[in-house]
Design a protein around this ligand. Structure first.
Ligand SMILES: Cc1cc2nc3c(=O)[nH]c(=O)nc-3n(C[C@H](O)[C@H](O)[C@H](O)COP(=O)(O)OP(=O)(O)OC[C@H]3O[C@@H](n4cnc5c(N)ncnc54)[C@H](O)[C@@H]3O)c2cc1C
Length: 482
């Protein structure tokens, strides 16, 4: 590769101010929120779809890898340029292009920050549902690529349920529009395929998102437990009762103490665990529902169920939950977060196994997670400056994911596979399953230049037929009671 020639060509296409190449300038684009790091050769900042397509065309001419990047808050190394090449940053494509309230939708560029969509329509009584805890920084393009969730996705679904239509630059530089503004577009569901594809099938350049009406009323409960098992059982009891809260989040004692030290939100630091529960709907009947859910929690051993009396009180509780990852800085220089999913009924067993793994490795683990979805986020506390700890923390994380698989769950709920969990895909899927997925990638990305080294295992053995036998739900009925 003649770097100087490519630099000149990129500058001719975009202008000098939209291309970075000096090591000290591109250093910021070496990493995301996970552990892996790798330096890109160039970082470019296109402003239009045509510019994105021109960059992709140039990369193809030089057989140079290219990968999309939003805000770099990803937690699986998805935006890390593991094979070098061109990072395509969407930082300058951050305009909300159209808001169509009567049809409950908005057209946005991929670099729009998640919370800005809700901010733009909140005054008229609407919002955008997916609310990752990183929503003040992460972008809609990154959300689409990871099929992001968030605390308030339990009742209303994740990004795939709120994406009508996409414009994308395919890996061969062709621009396509996938889906239709109306429901149920004929043909293959290519919007659905693109959502969650982690930037391996193309670069999303425009998104038609769904908006919803704000609920008439919201009640926020904080249920306080002296035993983690009781909190876990309360989660299953609430869902089994037929009540789907708008949010049902859990924090254990380690997480509560970190959050209180950082934000002083009013969580009881002596509790073994708390559940933060949002109930939404019409004003009429909502108090009755809140009382009912409080009673379900008490029946599972909650020592106290508080109800937020004011919006300020509610906001404070949620600020604590949404700032929980950052609050880990109070306890440790670094944290490594896992993203396993399990059937809710297996929560007590899995959390006990996580504790055993914590003792085995000598790492403290805080649990803050989307309990209603069974989407765990064990935060393993360690020191990234110590290479031995880095090696051990990765093994510790893998052990936790294997427990999730053993419980009949999965290795990712919302953070994606990226580089970090690509080898763990062998534990989740058998060879035929993996080959089918790789064939889809090859259909869109035959040269493999679009975000290479992501999602799929590098070990050829993983693709052997029948090497692993993925278990279907009915055979996961082993006794995991304590
Ligand atoms: C404190 C914290 C809390 C978090 N909480 C949550 C949570 O509650 N729920 C949740 O789901 N996630 C959460 N995350 C993870 C992360 O914020 C999400 O995965 C988010 O969607 C990433 O968006 P981003 O803009 O930062 O993308 P990046 O990290 O820049 O990229 C992520 C992936 O998207 C691809 N990509 C980016 N833009 C495009 C595009 N335009 N077209 C195609 N591919 C693209 C990248 O190549 C990469 O593979 C959290 C992260 C942090 C740090």
């Amino acid at each position: 590769m003649d770097k100087t020639t490519i630099l000149r060509q990129l500058e001719t296409l975009l202008g000098q101010d939209k291309v970075l190449h000096r090591p000290q300038d591109v250093a910021l684009y070496e990493y995301d929120g996970a552990l892996d790091k790798a330096q890109p050769d160039f970082v470019v900042f296109p402003e239009t779809t045509a510019e994105v397509a021109a960059v992709v065309r140039l990369a193809n001419e030089h057989s140079l890898p290219f990968m999309p990047r939003g805000a770099g808050t990803g937690l699986s190394g998805g935006a890390v340029p593991v094979q070098g090449g061109i990072v395509v940053s969407f930082a300058r494509m951050r305009r909300i292009l159209d808001i169509d309230l009567p049809n409950l939708r908005a057209t946005v560029q991929p670099g729009v920050v998640n919370i800005d969509v809700t901010t733009a329509v909140a005054g008229q009584g609407f919002y955008y549902v997916p609310d990752p805890s990183s929503q003040r920084a992460c972008t809609i393009g990154g959300n689409v690529a990871e099929n992001s969730g968030g605390p308030h996705c339990l009742a209303y679904g994740v990004t795939s349920n709120h994406t009508h239509m996409l414009e994308a630059v395919l890996p061969d530089s062709e621009v396509v529009r996938l889906g239709l503004p109306t429901a149920d577009a004929p043909g293959y569901d290519l919007t659905g395929l693109m959502v969650g594809s982690e930037g391996t099938l193309g670069l999303v350049t425009e998104v038609l998102v769904r908006l919803v009406h704000q609920p008439e009323a919201v009640k926020t409960l904080l249920a306080v437990f002296d035993a983690v098992d009781n909190a876990s059982n309360a989660v299953s009891a609430i869902i089994a009762d037929g009540t789907i809260p708008a949010a049902l989040e859990m924090m254990d004692n380690t997480a509560i103490r970190a959050v209180e030290a950082a934000k002083k939100c009013g969580y009881p630091t002596d509790a073994a665990a708390v559940l933060l529960i949002d109930l939404e709907g019409f004003t009429d009947g909502l108090q009755g529902l809140a009382d009912h859910v409080a009673e379900l929690c008490r029946a599972q051993g909650a020592r106290e169920v508080r109800e937020a009396k004011t919006t300020a009180e509610r906001d404070k509780l949620w600020a604590g939950r949404k700032g929980a990852f950052g609050a880990m800085g109070r306890l440790s220089p670094s944290y490594y977060v896992q993203d396993g999913v399990i059937p809710r009924t297996k929560l007590p067993w899995v959390l006990h196994r996580v504790n055993e793994i914590s003792r085995q490795y000598g790492f403290r683990i805080a649990n803050v997670f989307h309990a209603g979805d069974g989407n765990l986020h064990p935060l393993i506390l360690f020191d990234e400056r110590d290479p031995a700890q880095v090696r051990a923390v990765v093994k510790c994380g893998t052990d936790i994911l294997r427990v999730c698989i053993e419980a009949g769950g999965s290795i990712s709920g919302e953070h994606g596979i990226g580089v970090e969990k690509r080898e763990d895909m062998c534990d989740q899927f058998d060879g035929a399953d993996l080959r089918a997925m790789v064939q889809v990638r090859a259909a869109f990305n035959p040269a493999g230049l679009c975000n290479p080294g992501k999602m799929f295992p590098t070990s050829k053995a993983c693709y052997e037929v029948g090497k692993k036998h993925r278990r279907l739900p009915q055979v996961v009925a082993e006794d995991h009671t304590l």
